[in-house]
Every structure is written in C-alpha cells, then in structure tokens.
Design a protein around this ligand. Structure first.
Ligand code: NAG
Ligand code: NAG
Ligand code: NAG
Ligand code: NAG
Length: 453
C-alpha cells in the first residue's frame, strides 16, 4: 500500500484506467500482471480491462483470480458472423487489426456509461499506435507497455532508417545502425521491418514506432542495466522510459503447479547436468527437427526435461522413449521458472521468446536458440553476439550434428562456462534492479503514480 497516493480520496475515486490488450500470443498476460500489481496498490481506482472473449478465457485460472477493482470487458474480435478459418494462421489477427480502434471505442463508451467515470489513463499494448490520438481526444494519459526486449523496440523506432539503408545497398548483411547492437543482421529483423512492409502487422508496428514518442511514459518488461547503451538510446527517444521488469520478479505470478513432478525429478540430478527444452506455448518445431533433436539427446547422453505438447510417441523416433526412460522426462506442461531456478539445470534450448529469455536470465541458465518469428531472431542474436550467454544452431535449424555441437559447447566446454558466468552476472543485475531501492522498483513506483494521479 502506498499511503502517499491516497491523500485525495475523492479524486482517486474518480480515476478510471482503461487497459487495451492485444489478444494474441503472450501479450495480454503480462499486461494483466502489470495491471494487477498497480490495481492492488490503489483499491479505490477503477480499472477496465478490454480483451476478446477468447483471450479472456486464457487469462484466468483458479490461481489467477480477479481483483475487485478490475472489471473485464469483451472487445469485438472482428471475425465475421459464422467465420470459417481459411487456414492462414494470421487471418484472425489481421481481422482484429482491421476492426480497431472502433471495436475498442464502443466498449470503452460502455465502460464509461456503466461506471459514470471518464477515462483518465489509457494503459495499452505498445502495438496500439492509435492510443496517442485517442488519449489526446479524451484528455487522458497514455502509458503503453512494450512486452519484448529493449533492442527489439529500437528496431521499430529505427524502421524508416533501416528501410532506407536497405534500399541503398541491396546486399547489405549487417545493419550497423542501432547503438549497442553492431552485430545486427538484416535476416534477424522481425518480419515487416524491411520486407512485406504493406501488411497489416507491418503497418501497425511502423505506426507504433512513429507514435510511441508521444506517450506519457512507456513501460517495458526489462531492467535498466541489461544493456546501458540501448537503454540510453531509448531514453533519448521517449518522454519517459520505465523499466519495470523482469515481471516474474516484480508482478504477481500465478501459483505454479508441478503435477508431473519435474522438480522432484531435478532434485535427483547433479548441478548443471540437465538439459531443459521448451519452445513456448505456441510453437511446435517441424517434425524433422524434433527427430534430429531427439537423436542429438541420445547421442550426448545428458539427462533432459522436455516440455512437448502432443503425443511424444507420434513425434519422436521409434523406441526413443524406451531407450531414454532413465535419462529423460517428457512432460506436456512444465513449471518453467521453477525449473530454470533449479541448480541441476545446465542449459535451456529455447525459441527465444522474450519472456523465456528473461526467465533464463533470472535462473542463470545459458541458452541454445532456435528462433522462429517476430523478435525471436533478434533475441537470439543478442544472446550470442552481445551478451554472450547463448549459442545458436547452424543455419538456425535443429540438425543432429548442430544440436550435439551446441549442447556440448554449453554443457562441457570452457566457453560454456564463460557463458554461465556471464548470465549469472546479468541475473545478479536483475536481482539488484528489483531490490527495495533498485531501478525497476523505483520505476514501478513512478509508473503507479503516473497511472493513478
Ligand atoms: C473472463 O473470464 C472470467 C473467468 O472465466 C469470467 O469470470 C469473466 O466473466 C470473463 N469476462 C468477460 C468480460 O467475459
Ligand atoms: C549445487 O548448487 C547449489 C545451489 O547453487 C549449491 O548450494 C551446492 O553447493 C552445489 N553443489 C555442488 C556439489 O556443487
Ligand atoms: C534505500 O534508500 C534510502 C534513501 O537513500 C535509504 O535510507 C535506505 O536505507 C535504502 N534501503 C535499502 C534497503 O537499501
Ligand atoms: C527509472 O530508472 C532509471 C534507471 O534506469 C533511473 O535513472 C530513473 O531515475 C528512474 N526514473 C524514475 C522516474 O523512477
């Protein structure tokens, strides 16, 4: 509780914070965590959380209940009546983008009518460039949340420059434009930065880069010391940049369950001896890569925990499960943060989603990267070339040979030991940021003051 925020009770009761979530991938969940933390500090402020029915359904579990001052509203998902998916995985996202911002506006009007309180602050996913104008029209503040890393945000701020540079030189490979990221390669850039620039997603991100400097403050799920040069550059672009992460340390997290006994299993293993494998909640690598990965695990013989959705018998080589029964544990769901904090885990094979990267940093576990889309390739490049806390597989594809090489490098070479030291240093820096006087803690206090005054 922050008594200084509650001095003027009548004013506080008039405040109405509207939260606009991006209802796809892992965007809405960190935004809800952020808002739960803020709402918990100021019980008299009204919060209205807008997302689609489908997204709302994934946000709540028995362990993640609602706070009384957060009211949830369903925003129209933009799908036509009787929508039949065409099979294009991005189609629902494009239809949603087409429906904004009108779909948000109508349900926001509803929330204002229902509560009798005008909206005083918009807290949105950073994607929502239209919130800059909207906030201005209703005389509210705008506080976007960027859920990925600081270097990824910079590529969207520098989009026009990057496009210009790539037009000038067609065979450009390295784009040495972003301070603190000299190793950045054109092929690492998220889709839509320099190719397919007319698509709905690319257009949204481009406009985001142009509008974000108008925000009252930008919150980011990161910590200031993760990369001082990039932080300085971002700071110079925005009115106020608030590093308020890593969220797993600064915001309320759902209770973990470990029904498949991962931690008990890890207790039986030596320090740094286990390989942990997870590609996040949406990605399943192609069949030939899963088989190559299985073969590489058998070849190396390291104990492993593999979070794998679907039937492992169908996906993995014949007899693999029987042959590795004493070495490996395959689970359909894993308590990832707890696993990464366990001393027996020596490496994490990951798709390099930002949340997973932060969890590996907090766990002090070096990574092998197999990125797929979005910011994942940028993250993989940062791990390998800038922070030196991870390594990729050759040509970004899991083959038996390249995976064996990467596993051995991290688990049993001197270079792997250096990566472990590097990531432990980053971990210590993250832990410092969330101490009582740490930068993330202080920035969080500032964020709460901005949103609730
Ligand atoms: C969101 O989901 C929760 C939990 O299932 C449910 O109680 C709530 O009514 C939903 N909110 C809306 C606006 O549908
Ligand atoms: C294993 O790691 C734990 C936790 O870091 C540590 O306390 C313990 O001393 C280590 N054990 C060995 C044998 O190094
Ligand atoms: C935090 O900073 C204040 C003021 O500088 C100081 O009095 C206090 O002891 C510090 N607290 C911790 C836990 O370091
Ligand atoms: C936010 O954190 C930075 C360090 O990144 C610090 O310099 C700054 O004073 C903090 N700002 C506020 C307003 O809390």
């Amino acid at each position: 509780m922050m008594p200084n925020l509650l001095k003027d009770e009548t004013n506080v009761e008039k405040l109405h914070v509207a939260i606009l979530a991006f209802p796809f991938g892992t965007h809405a969940s960190p935004l809800l965590s952020l808002v739960r933390k803020i709402a918990g500090e100021v019980p008299k402020v009204t919060f209205s959380f807008f997302t689609t029915t489908a997204s709302n359904a994934t946000l709540f579990s028995p362990n993640n209940d609602c706070l009384p001052n957060i009211k949830h509203y369903n925003v129209d998902d933009g799908l036509p009546e009787g929508y039949v998916p065409s099979g294009h995985p991005l189609e629902p996202i494009f239809l949603f983008i087409k429906a904004m911002p009108e779909n948000f506006k109508s349900v926001m009007d509803e929330a204002v009518a229902e509560t009798g309180k005008d909206i005083t602050c918009l807290v949105t996913d950073a994607f929502y460039w239209f919130a800059a104008d909207l906030a201005q029209q209703i005389n509210a503040k705008w506080v976007p949340l960027w859920t990925a890393g600081p270097h990824a945000l910079l590529t969207h701020i520098y989009t026009d420059l990057l496009r210009h540079a790539c037009k000038q030189v067609h065979d450009v490979q390295n784009v040495d434009l972003i301070p603190g990221f000299p190793e950045l390669k054109v092929c690492d850039l998220p889709e839509g930065v320099i190719d397919d620039t007319d698509g709905p997603f690319a257009t949204m991100l481009h406009k985001m880069g142009l509008e974000l400097p108008r925000a009252t403050a930008i919150a980011i799920n990161s910590f200031a010391t993760i990369h001082p040069l990039i932080e300085n550059d971002l700071n110079s672009k925005f009115k106020l940049l608030l590093n308020v992460g890593p969220f797993m340390l600064t915001t309320p997290q759902p209770l973990i369950s470990d029904e498949q006994g991962c931690l008990e299993w890890l207790n039986q293993h030596k320090n740094f001896s286990v390989v942990y494998i997870s590609f996040g909640s949406t990605i399943i690598p192609p069949p030939h890569e899963l088989i190559a990965l299985a073969e590489s695990l058998e070849e190396c013989g390291f104990p492993f925990i593999w979070a794998l959705r679907g039937d492992p018998k169908e996906k993995l080589p014949n007899g693999f499960l029987e042959r590795t029964i004493t070495k490996g544990k395959i689970v359909s769901w894993a308590p990832q943060m707890e696993i990464l904090k366990h001393s027996s885990v020596g490496v994490c094979l990951t798709h390099c989603g930002w949340n997973s990267v932060l969890e590996c940093i907090v766990g002090g576990v070096p990574m092998i990267s197999r990125p797929f889309f979005g910011d994942q390739k940028l993250n993989a490049r940062m791990l390998e070339s800038v922070w030196e806390i991870g390594v990729g597989v050759d040509h970004g594809v899991l083959t038996k040979e390249s995976t064996v090489k990467a596993l051995k490098l991290i688990m049993s070479s001197e270079k792997g030991g250096v990566m472990r030291q590097n990531i432990v240093k980053l971990k210590e820096s993250a832990l410092k940021a969330v101490e009582q006087n740490g930068t993330s803690t202080k920035n969080f206090t500032t964020l709460i003051q901005i949103v609730t005054s």
